[in-house]
Design a protein around this ligand. Structure first.
Ligand SMILES: *[C@@H]1O[C@H](CO)[C@@H](O)[C@H](O)[C@H]1NC(C)=O
Ligand SMILES: *[C@@H]1O[C@H](CO)[C@@H](O)[C@H](O)[C@H]1NC(C)=O
Ligand SMILES: *[C@@H]1O[C@H](CO)[C@@H](O)[C@H](O)[C@H]1NC(C)=O
Ligand SMILES: *[C@@H]1O[C@H](CO)[C@@H](O)[C@H](O)[C@H]1NC(C)=O
Length: 717
C-alpha cells in the first residue's frame, strides 16, 4: 500500500525504508505522527509469513527471522529515519531511480457503470479498457513471480546440493536491483528469488488497498462513492501461475483508482499536473484517493487493524481497511503456495523441496540437510535397513529399497557442508531381541510376520541427538493384509507422536500356490474399521498410505513420498502433491485441513484419467479439476455416499508449445444433512494412450468442457 503523505516533485516516499543514497546507505521512515506511515506492506507480509512467535524453526511454510527480514523489510523504531532495511515487498516503491509504474500497483484500472447506477455523465473509460489495464497489472505480477522462480534455480546444484554462497544472508541483507536491469547476475540467488516473489506480492497486496474488491459501500453511487463488491474470496484472475486472458473472470463493477500523480490525486479526478512528470489525466474518473485504503495500523503478528486512515475516505466506512488487509494477508499466503508449487513443478520435487527449504530457513546448509530413514519390507525379504542421507534423493531411496547399501563415506561432495552423501551410510536394521525373533519365525508362517514398525521406531527415536526425530521417517512396503498389520497401528501412532513420518505402501498380496496354503483363519482381512484406523494413524504422521497396483509401482510410490515430503522438513501440507500412475493414494479431508490438492500432467502421448472415491461412510466430496495455466475449471462435481468420480484430462491446443498440461485436483467435503464433514478418500490416476483414445472416439468433438467457475474457496491457512 503506497503512502502518499510526503509531497515531492519526484514521488512520495511511500515505504518504511527509503533509499537515501544508493552509494552510501539505506534508511528507514517509520513515522506515524507526522507522515502517517506505518509500514503496511511490511506488517501485512509479517502477519502472513512469520513463524509463530515462540517458534524459531520453520514448519516448511513460514519464514525464519532473518529470511523474513529480506522479504518483509525491517523497520526501525517509531519516529526514526535511517534505521532498518527495505524488504523485497517494498522494492516496487523504491526510488531506484523511480518507483515501478501503475502496473506494479494495479492502478488505473478504473471503471464505473454510470448508466446502471443512474449517473448522468458517461464514464470516460469502458469496462474493456479497465480490464485491459488489469491484465497489464496481472501480467506484470506474473512476470515478477517468474523472475523469482527463475532465480531460485541458482540456490542448489543439479544434485540438489545447496550452493552455500547463494543462500548466505548472515553477513549482509539483500539489496534489490533496478527492475529493468533485473538479470540477477550479481546478487545472491536467495535474494533474487525473494525479490521476484516480493515484487509480485507488493502488487497483490496493493490490489486490495487500491480496488473495491473487498469494500463495503452504500448507494447512491457516484465518482466519489463507487460500489463495493465486498468479496471475501481471492480473485481467480490473480493466480500468478496462470497465463490466461482474464476478461471473463473480472466482475463487472470491479474498479481500482486512477492515479494522476501526487499533486492531482484527490476526491475529484483532475487533469495531470504540468510540473509532475508522467502525471495522468484523471478528469471524470474514480481516483486513487477515492478508493485507497493505504493507511492504518496493522498488528504484525495477528494482522489485526486499527486506526484506519486518516485521509483515505474509503477507510471511513467501517471494516473496509480491515477487509482489505485480511484479504491481502490471505492472498499473500495463497501466492506463496503457488510460488512453491511452481518451483516444485519447474525444478522437480527433489530440488524444489530443497530450494524452498533454503528460501525459508536462515541456516539452510545445516537445517536442510540430514535425514535418517528406516526402510522396511516384509521381514523375510531381508531388506529392512536404516539409511542416512543428507537430502532425500529418490533414486537413492529406490536402491535402498532394493537392498543396495550406500556407504560412500565422507568426501563425495564438493565440500563437507554441501555434499549430499558425506554423511550417507546404511545398514541392516538391528533387532533388539534376535533370539526371541527366531523363535517367532519358527512359530509363524513366514508371510504372517509382516512389518516391524516398532523396531524401526525405536531405532529412530533412540538416536535423536544426531537426527531429531522430525528429520526421520519410516518407509514401509508390505504384502501383508492380515491381522498382523493391525498390530502396527499403535507403533504408527507412537511414531506420529515423536514427529516421525510413516509412509506405508501396500503391495498386491502374493498369489503363488505356496503362499495360498497359508490361507487359514489368520489370513482374515483386516476389518474396515481397523484399516481406517491404520490409514488415519499413517496420515496423522504426515506420511502417505498408498496401495500399489503392482510390483512395478514402487518408483511411483516413492515419487509420491518425496513429493509429499519425506520428513517434516521436506514439504508443507498445503501444496499440491504429485499424483503418479500405478498407486491409489488415501488421504483425508477435515474442515480445517482441506482442500487436499494433487497435481498431475497430461502429455502429448498420454491423457490422464483420475478416479476419486470416498472411503469413510457418509462422506460426500466436492472435487474439482483445474487446468492451471489456462486458469479454468475442467470438471467439478459432488460425489458421495459410496459414489466414485472419474475425470479425463488431456492436452489442449494452448498446451502445445510445452507439450504438457498442468492440472490440479482439489478435494473438499460437502456439507449436508446426514453427511460427515471429515473422512478418508482415495484417489488414483491412470494414463491412457492418446492414439487409442482418439481412434476409439466416435466423434472428434472436444470432450473437455472448460468453464470459468471457481472451485469453492477454502481456508488458505
Ligand atoms: C524438530 O525437532 C527439533 C527438536 O525437537 C525442534 O527444535 C524443531 O523445531 C523441529 N522442527 C520442525 C520443523 O518441527
Ligand atoms: C482478452 O480477451 C478479450 C475478449 O475476448 C479481448 O478483447 C482482448 O483483446 C484479449 N486480451 C489480450 C491481451 O489478448
Ligand atoms: C538375508 O540375510 C542373511 C543374513 O543376514 C544372509 O545370509 C542372506 O544372504 C540374506 N538373504 C538375501 C536374499 O539377501
Ligand atoms: C468406487 O471405487 C472403489 C475403488 O476403485 C471400488 O472398490 C468401488 O466398488 C467403487 N464404487 C462404486 C459405487 O463404483
Amino acid at each position: 500500500m503506497k503512502r502518499r503523505g510526503i509531497s515531492s516533485l519526484v514521488h512520495s516516499l511511500w515505504i518504511c525504508a527509503i533509499w537515501i543514497d544508493p552509494a552510501i546507505s539505506f534508511g528507514t521512515i517509520n513515522e506515524p505522527e507526522v507522515v502517517g506511515q506505518h509500514c503496511e506492506h511490511e506488517r501485512i507480509t509479517r502477519a502472513a509469513f512469520a513463524c509463530q512467535p515462540d517458534v524459531t524453526i520453520s514448519d516448511g511454510r513460514c519464514f525464519e527471522e532473518l529470511s523474513l527480514h529480506q522479504l518483509a523489510g525491517r523497520s526501525g523504531p517509531d519516529g526514526h529515519v535511517g534505521w532498518g532495511t527495505n524488504g523485497a515487498v517494498g522494492a516496487p516503491d523504491l526510488l531506484d531511480p523511480v518507483p515501478e509504474g501503475p502496473e506494479a500497483h494495479c492502478d488505473n484500472a478504473d471503471f464505473l457503470d454510470t448508466e446502471a447506477h443512474g449517473i448522468e455523465a458517461a464514464y470516460p473509460r469502458t469496462r474493456q479498457e479497465a480490464t485491459a489495464q488489469l491484465q497489464v497489472c496481472t501480467n506484470h505480477l506474473r512476470l515478477r513471480f517468474l523472475e523469482g522462480v527463475d532465480a531460485a534455480d541458482k540456490l542448489v546444484d543439479q544434485h540438489a546440493r545447496i550452493i552455500a554462497p547463494e543462500v548466505d544472508i548472515s553477513g549482509s541483507d539483500c539489496r534489490f536491483s533496478f527492475p529493468d536491469l533485473q538479470m540477477h547476475w550479481f546478487s545472491r540467488g536467495k535474494c533474487s528469488a525473494i525479490e521476484g516473489f516480493g515484487r509480485a506480492l507488493h502488487g497483490i497486496q496493493d490490489f486490495y488497498a487500491h480496488s473495491n474488491w473487498a469494500d463495503d459501500a452504500q448507494p447512491p453511487y457516484s465518482l466519489s462513492n463507487p460500489p463495493g463488491l465486498k468479496l471475501d474470496k481471492s480473485p481467480l484472475f490473480l493466480d500468478l501461475r496462470a497465463e490466461n486472458n482474464i476478461t471473463d473472470q473480472v466482475p463487472h463493477d470491479l474498479s481500482t483508482g486512477c492515479f494522476g500523480g501526487i499533486m492531482t490525486d484527490g476526491p475529484e479526478g483532475k487533469a495531470g499536473h504540468p510540473l509532475e512528470p508522467g502525471s495522468l489525466d484523471c478528469t471524470g474518473r474514480v481516483t486513487h484517493h477515492t478508493l485507497n485504503k493505504d493507511n492504518g495500523v496493522i498488528d504484525y503478528i495477528t494482522g489485526e487493524t486499527s486506526e484506519a486512515g486518516p485521509n483515505t475516505p474509503r477507510s471511513d466506512i467501517p471494516g473496509n481497511f480491515e477487509r482489505a488487509v485480511s484479504a491481502a494477508i490471505r492472498d499473500s499466503r495463497r501466492q506463496w503456495r503457488y510460488f512453491r508449487e511452481q518451483i516444485r513443478r519447474t525444478y522437480g520435487k527433489e530440488r524444489g523441496n530443497i530450494i524452498i527449504c533454503a528460501l525459508i530457513r536462515d541456516n539452510p546448509t545445516q537445517d536442510c540437510y540430514g535425514r535418517r530413514i528406516a526402510i522396511l519390507r516384509d521381514v523375510l525379504k531381508n531388506t529392512s535397513r536404516i539409511a542416512e542421507m543428507q537430502i532425500p534423493v529418490q533414486s537413492w531411496l529406490l536402491q535402498e529399497i532394493d537392498g543396495v547399501a550406500h556407504d560412500e563415506g565422507p568426501g563425495e561432495g564438493l565440500t563437507e557442508q554441501n555434499s549430499t552423501k558425506s554423511r550417507g551410510s546404511s545398514g541392516e536394521l538391528e533387532k533388539e531381541d534376535d533370539d526371541h525373533r527366531s523363535d517367532l519365525v519358527k512359530k509363524l508362517q513366514p508371510l504372517h510376520i509382516g512389518l516391524d514398525v516398532g523396531t524401526a521406531f525405536k531405532a529412530l527415536r533412540d538416536n535423536p541427538t544426531v537426527f531429531p526425530t522430525n528429520k526421520t521417517a519410516i518407509i514401509a512396503l508390505t504384502r501383508t493384509r492380515n491381522l498382523h498389520l493391525d498390530e502396527q497401528i499403535a507403533h504408527v501412532w507412537h511414531a506420529g507422536d515423536e514427529g516421525i513420518r510413516v509412509h506405508l505402501g501396500l503391495l498386491p498380496p502374493p498369489h503363488s500356490p505356496s503362499d495360498t496354503i497359508d490361507s487359514d483363519d489368520e489370513e482374515v482381512a483386516m476389518s474396515k474399521a481397523k484399516e481406517e484406523d491404520l490409514i488415519t494413524g499413517v496420515l496423522r504422521t504426515g506420511g502417505t498410505y498408498s496401495i500399489l497396483h503392482n510390483e512395478d509401482a514402487v518408483p511411483s510410490f516413492l515419487d509420491h513420498v518425496v513429493s509429499r515430503g519425506l520428513t517434516q522438513y521436506d514439504n508443507a501440507r498445503d501444496t499440491a502433491t504429485l499424483l503418479p500412475p500405478g498407486i491409489s493414494i488415501s488421504d483425508y479431508v477435515t474442515p480445517e485441513s482441506e482442500p487436499r490438492r494433487f497435481s498431475f500432467d497430461a502429455s502429448e502421448l498420454n491423457n490422464a484419467i483420475i478416479a476419486v472415491s470416498p472411503i469413510t461412510p457418509k462422506l460426500s466430496l466436492h472435487v474439482c479439476v483445474r487446468h492451471v495455466r489456462r486458469n479454468a475449471v475442467v470438471k467439478e462435481l459432488d460425489i458421495g455416499l459410496d459414489g466414485n468420480a472419474t475425470f479425463r484430462a488431456e492436452l489442449g491446443i494452448g498446451d502445445v508449445p510445452r507439450t504438457d498440461a498442468w492440472f490440479e485436483l482439489e478435494v473438499a467435503h460437502v456439507e449436508g444433512s446426514g453427511l460427515v464433514g471429515s473422512g478418508l478418500f482415495e484417489v488414483s490416476i491412470e494414463t491412457e494412450n492418446v492414439e487409442s483414445y482418439h481412434s476409439s472416439k466416435s466423434s472428434k468433438q472436444e470432450a473437455e468442457t472448460v468453464s470459468d467457475e471457481d472451485c469453492p474457496m477454502h481456508n488458505e491457512l
